[in-house]
Design a protein around this ligand. Structure first.
Ligand SMILES: Cc1cc2nc3c(=O)[nH]c(=O)nc-3n(C[C@H](O)[C@H](O)[C@H](O)COP(=O)(O)O)c2cc1C
Length: 217
């Protein structure tokens, strides 16, 4: 593959939030998921799980659960000062209701040897606590899930499908885990509505390289 082809794939992917009323063949989803699991991941434990939901009624229930939590939070007096942003959130947090497919991503526990040593060392050692906190910020299991999701999004896009990475639905984590029968050892972390795109969003601006990259020579 030429670099230009990869660049075209990466740069033409957009978050798609409107979908054609068209069936998405299982084979396309399977092919994309087959590639997603080639993502780099902590210790190659592959402690992720993907729940492909094509049942429209079930998707509706997921959307209801997310919407109910948005309404709850938007109703708190503390939300009032966020004005139009909260009103927009109320209108859009359940946009995936109309997607023909939703893929829920869950991540299992990955304890590296460092995590095990830190756990054994315990909270009495302030250095161990500090190291543990630093490691939690960039938890390997989340980084692994993110790598798989990125690969999945590109693999769907390469086949003409649109999708949107959604962390928002985590607000209804408990309800979603119950609806999808996700076992207690897994944590739901993201929802990806998928379908044939019914919109062509313009790309949002990207910060210039010099602003975000530092070479230390
Ligand atoms: C970790 C993460 C969480 C996101 N959560 C949401 C979400 O809850 N709802 C949503 O509409 N978009 C969500 N997005 C999509 C971003 O808004 C989108 O990727 C960003 O605006 C850049 O647009 P692009 O994907 O079209 O390039 C999320 C993206 C990432 C990476």
């Amino acid at each position: 593959m030429q670099f230009e082809e990869l660049a075209a794939l990466v740069q033409s992917r957009r978050s798609i939030r409107r979908y054609a009323d068209r069936e998405v063949p299982d084979e396309l989803l399977q092919r994309a998921l087959d590639l997603a699991v080639w993502a780099p991941n902590g210790g190659n434990r592959q402690s992720w799980a993907f729940y492909v939901v094509k049942d429209r009624q079930l998707i509706g229930k997921l959307a209801d659960a997310v919407k109910a939590k948005t309404e709850l939070m938007a109703g708190w007096p503390e939300a009032a000062r966020f004005g139009e942003s909260v009103r927009r959130w109320l209108r859009t947090s359940d946009f995936f209701r109309n997607a023909p497919v939703c893929i829920a991503v869950a991540t299992g526990c990955y304890e590296s040897v460092a995590d095990q040593v830190l756990a054994a060392r315990g909270a009495a050692d302030p250095q161990a606590v500090q190291i543990g906190e630093a490691r939690r910020v960039g938890a390997s299991r989340l980084q692994s899930a993110a790598a798989a999701i990125t690969t999945l999004l590109l693999s769907l896009h390469a086949q003409g499908l649109g999708a949107c990475w959604m962390a928002g639905p985590q607000q209804a984590k408990q309800e979603i885990e119950r609806l999808l029968e996700i076992p207690p050892e897994l944590d739901f972390v993201a929802l990806l509505p998928v379908g044939y795109p019914a919109e062509e969003p313009q790309p949002g601006p990207r910060r210039p390289r010099d602003e975000v990259v530092r070479f230390l020579r």
